[in-house]
Design a protein around this ligand. Sequence first.
Ligand code: 4NP
Length: 150
Amino acid sequence: MTRILMVCLGNICRSPLAHGILESKLNSLDFYIDSAGTAAYHIGNQPDHRSIKVAKQNGIDISHQRARQFKTVDFDTFDYIYAMDSSNFDNIVSLARNQNDIEKVKLFLEENPKVSNKDVPDPYYGDMGDFEYIFDLINTTSDLIASRLL
Ligand code: 4NP
């Protein structure tokens, strides 16, 4: 079993999409996917309605997900920890206990050689077009991750 954690700030916009999208491409017997936020603002909340909507438009249901905060024990549970942007990356690494923890953390878009800006833009203050843009970015990158893992 390979365990992969997607992390953003609030765990309501970007990482729930990355969680649902990658999960839809992998066999659940071999892969466990989860998501978390570095901040505590939205603990227990459903994903943002715009993330739920764009996922649904693309055949993926993320409405059952609930936000949680990243915790140090996640370094023990997960094999790969993907940060949606460099600020999330720094926040996760600041909680690492050793080099082994740090080596699990990677910028999600580092898996996509076609994009030069390695931050998934935060769509929280944006509109539906921003959510459609990040859906496509996360979907394309998840295809690359899935093909590398399979
Ligand atoms: P996320 O987006 O990190 O992609 O879930 C955000 C959600 C909430 C806030 C910021 C970003 N917020 O400031 O509450």
